[in-house]
Design a protein around this ligand. Structure first.
Ligand SMILES: [Zn+2]
Length: 426
């Protein structure tokens, strides 16, 4: 990607900026509005006014022929994760250090921002995730605002156990950073992660698919361990995201108080009803299943040993289950479960499997901000919020392909993409 550095007068801060929106979908859940002016002061939105206004002295950003939306939010990313279609998972894991992963992530987060994602939640990384978050916040590299967990918490032999599938003699000090085999270890890990800079906690109460030796249909953490994770995290002001598949395990995690169920692929109507009653979010992550199903079919030798069969057996189920989730009224937030790759493809998958386009936008804006706990500053175009704004040419409520063709991206008042091209910020 060619980066062209352009001086941006609007970055200067105090000057007023007027963004002219032909159509505004503001992330608040109301109908689209025509011909609206968004007034910015520095990195924030100051006011929203009817009509296309050009206040004297203001810098004008003319999006009067476009549909303007809040910057998108992906609630389930792994910023250093490479696509399985061209990277051997085991080889990559064993030949790269955390420093290498930080540089990979720096590339992928730039692409995320260019795709219109101005915020994201990383739910499973290591010290590279906090480092990349901090580098973005410091303006050293460009990328979405990040909320990050560290290593997913889970038991020995679970989905997050990095020893799985390897020579048992191999070890690495960092591979035990997420290990939880008792209530005491659960408390300790949460406190360690907080000390290392985590914004939230990720845990893996059930087995998973892209890992050797564990069963996605089995609950692997005890209810007591889950409760200890949640209570300790909440006591420290951290939310808890839980990777879980089977219905009974989801119900146990919901009762333990988790804030979101990631994947949730084998949930039943009863499971979704319980989640709705507790206000627990579902993050369906349809993207990762599409990507990994194709990899399992076309390049199984690149996947973690023994997992292609699990992918082929399970990866079509989440799409089939989405209509049940939608019908239940459970709160849904947008998440892809990828790092490298197309973060906007989840829109098409949600809409193609039964979600109304307006609700898909809310999943990636208002709901995602609520799940992260940052509704006061991201997720909608409203006074006081960060000026995180994207635009497409055309009506995304009618044509879901437009979500993958964002041609304007602003984060905190700085334009990173305009007329479909990279503009600035490096
Ligand atoms: Zn994930």
């Amino acid at each position: 990607m060619v980066v062209v550095a352009v001086a941006l007068p609007m970055v200067a801060g105090a000057q007023e900026v007027a963004v002219l929106a032909g159509t505004l979908i503001d992330g608040g859940g109301g109908p689209p509005r025509e011909n609206v002016t968004i007034l910015l002061q520095g990195e924030r939105i100051a006011a929203i006014e009817p009509g296309l206004r050009r206040p004297p002295g203001a810098e004008v950003v003319d999006l009067s022929h476009e549909t303007v939306m809040p910057g998108f939010i992906d609630c389930h990313v792994h910023i250093a994760a490479k696509l399985p279609s061209h990277t051997n998972a085991t080889e990559d894991w064993l030949t790269h250090s955390d420093l290498n992963r930080a540089f990979d992530a720096a590339v992928f987060v730039r692409h995320m921002l260019q795709q219109g994602f101005t915020s994201a939640r990383d739910v499973g990384g290591g010290d590279w995730t906090t480092a990349v978050r901090d580098a973005i916040d410091a303006g050293q590299i460009s990328g979405p605002r990040l909320w990050v967990s560290l290593e997913p918490l889970g038991p020995t032999g679970g989905h997050g156990d990095e020893h799985d599938g390897l020579d048992p003699g191999l070890s690495h000090p960092g591979w035990n950073n997420g290990r939880v085999d008792s209530v005491d270890e659960a408390r300790l890990r949460v406190r360690e992660h907080k000390r290392r800079g985590a914004d939230l906690i990720k845990m893996m109460p059930s087995g998973g698919i892209a890992s050797s030796g564990d069963d996605p249909r089995a609950q692997l953490m005890t209810n007591e361990e889950m409760k200890a994770v949640v209570d300790t995290a909440h006591g420290l002001g951290l939310k808890v995201a839980a990777h879980i598949y089977p219905a009974a395990a989801i119900e146990n995690a919901v009762r333990a108080g988790v804030d979101s169920v990631e994947h949730g692929s084998f949930a039943t109507a009863q499971t979704f009803a319980l989640m709705k009653a507790h206000g627990t979010y579902l993050v369906p992550t349809l993207t990762v299943y599409d990507v990994f199903y194709a990899a399992a079919r076309d390049t199984p030798e690149l996947l973690t040993p023994g997992t292609a069969k699990k992918e082929l057996a399970n990866d079509t189920l989440p799409k089939k289950n989405l209509p049940l989730a939608i019908a239940s009224g459970v709160k849904i937030a947008y998440g892809t479960d990828i790092g490298e790759g197309d973060h906007a493809m989840e829109f098409g998958l949600l809409i193609g499997n039964g979600m109304a386009p307006a609700d898909a936008i809310l999943a990636a804006t208002r709901n995602a901000a609520d799940l992260i706990g940052a509704s006061d500053r991201i997720g909608s175009i409203a006074p006081g919020h960060f000026a995180d704004i994207v635009a497409v040419t055309g009506n995304p409520l009618r044509d879901s392909a437009l979500f993958e063709r964002v041609d304007f991206v602003m984060k905190g008042g700085v334009i990173y993409r305009r007329d479909g091209r990279v503009t600035a910020a490096e």
